[in-house]
Write a protein that binds this ligand. Structure first.
Ligand code: ADP
Ligand code: MG
Length: 342
């Protein structure tokens, strides 16, 4: 048996990076969330080869102070929390101060930024964890980040990536949920120079629905709201579809917790239960549900890129979803449909 030794720092960085950044789509998610946090109203995303060659995110947010640029790539560096009291806030929002450090550790990154009130901006490069000098940059206000050759320094991780088509598919999923949960945002996505999405700012959530899923889906929606947070601090708001616009699969069921998209089989079943007797077996209702859950009741941090989250009281959410949907549908004079008995 060998002796115990500390791992070299660059190996530690690569291990940590693998946990935060699993694939190009996870890098896109982190970068776009940073842009949203910076108050951006327009975000342009350019990918090459599914994001493995290049990920470029350009925003018109508030930018980064030139003097702060070297810290942007430091592990555990964030401008978004100041004390341990904010800890739950990091857990819910994913402010871990790790994203740029991780991406910088496993790719060649150029970060350029200018604050609107400054006459000029600055840039800094990070290559496999090695941070360069701050230099002047003449761009317009906002932040521009280019990530080239993701995982070039971690060949073992690179092997796990799928084809460019699969990787870009995961990114479009993320762009869709970010667009749905931030209607005011203008998002443009290009892949290998071709336009994939140009999603203009919408006045409302339902406009976004129309854009993605058509006017037919938008016009078949009912607004739901469980009212102010209940004793457990839970609230459900959103939109549910008339049974007439049901689907052959559950793809048009979107769940968000505290603004973040997730998947949950049991809560999908709660949706289905809310429609009991109103849609036929094998058909699936349309639903876009935004849950508000106290931060200490939900663990979104099981893994930053995983779509699943863990709730302390899953059954309370199940009941809330089923009851809210059921009560809302009762207000419409809907005709029961044939369902197969249990
Ligand atoms: P976190 O978002 O958890 O704070 P990150 O590693 O994602 O950590 O980012 C580190 C810091 O860099 C952020 O706290 C923020 O101050 C700054 N930053 C990153 N991206 C942007 C951006 N697009 N616009 C403005 N500031 C940014
Ligand atoms: Mg971040």
């Amino acid at each position: 048996m060998g002796r115990i030794e500390l791992l070299p720092p660059d190996v530690v960085t690569k291990i940590a990076a693998g946990e935060v950044i699993e694939r190009p789509a996870s890098a896109v998610k982190e970068l776009v969330e940073n842009s949203i946090d910076a108050g951006a109203t327009r975000i342009d995303i350019d990918l090459e080869q599914g994001g493995t060659e290049l990920i470029r995110v350009v925003d018109n947010g508030h930018g980064i102070h030139a003097a702060d640029l070297p810290l942007a790539f430091a592990a555990h560096a964030t401008s978004k929390l100041r004390s341990a009291d904010d800890l739950f806030r990091i857990l819910t929002k994913g402010f871990r101060g790790e994203a740029l450090a991780s991406i910088g550790g496993v790719a060649k990154v150029t970060l350029q930024s200018r604050r609107a009130e400054e006459p000029a901006g600055a840039e800094i490069k990070c290559d496999g964890g090695i941070v360069g000098d701050v230099r002047p940059w003449g761009g317009s206000p906002g932040t521009r980040i280019e990530v080239r050759h993701l995982f070039y320094s971690v060949p073992a991780r690179k092997k796990f990536l799928k084809s460019a088509a699969t990787e870009i598919g995961r990114t479009t999923d993320i762009v869709e949920w970010l667009a749905l949960s931030h209607p005011g945002l203008h998002i443009v996505l290009r892949h290998n120079g071709k336009l994939v999405y140009d999603i203009p700012a919408s006045a409302s959530f339902t406009d976004r629905v129309a854009l993605f899923f058509g006017g037919n889906v938008r016009d078949g929606l009912y607004h739901v709201d469980s009212g102010p947070a209940d004793d457990n601090g839970l609230r459900l708001q959103g939109w549910i579809g008339d049974p007439a616009i049901d689907r052959g699969n559950a793809k048009l069921q979107y769940l968000f917790v505290n603004g973040r998209w997730f998947r949950d089989r049991s809560l999908s079943y709660a949706i289905q239960e809310g429609y009991r007797n109103l849609i036929m077996t094998g058909r699936h209702p349309v639903a876009f549900l935004f849950l508000t859950v106290p931060p200490d009741q939900v663990d979104v941090n099981a893994h930053p890129t995983k779509a699943e989250v863990r709730f302390r009281e899953n059954s309370l959410l199940f009941s809330l979803i089923r009851a809210t949907i059921k009560n809302r549908l009762l207000k419409e004079n809907l005709v029961p449909r044939l369902t197969v008995a249990e």
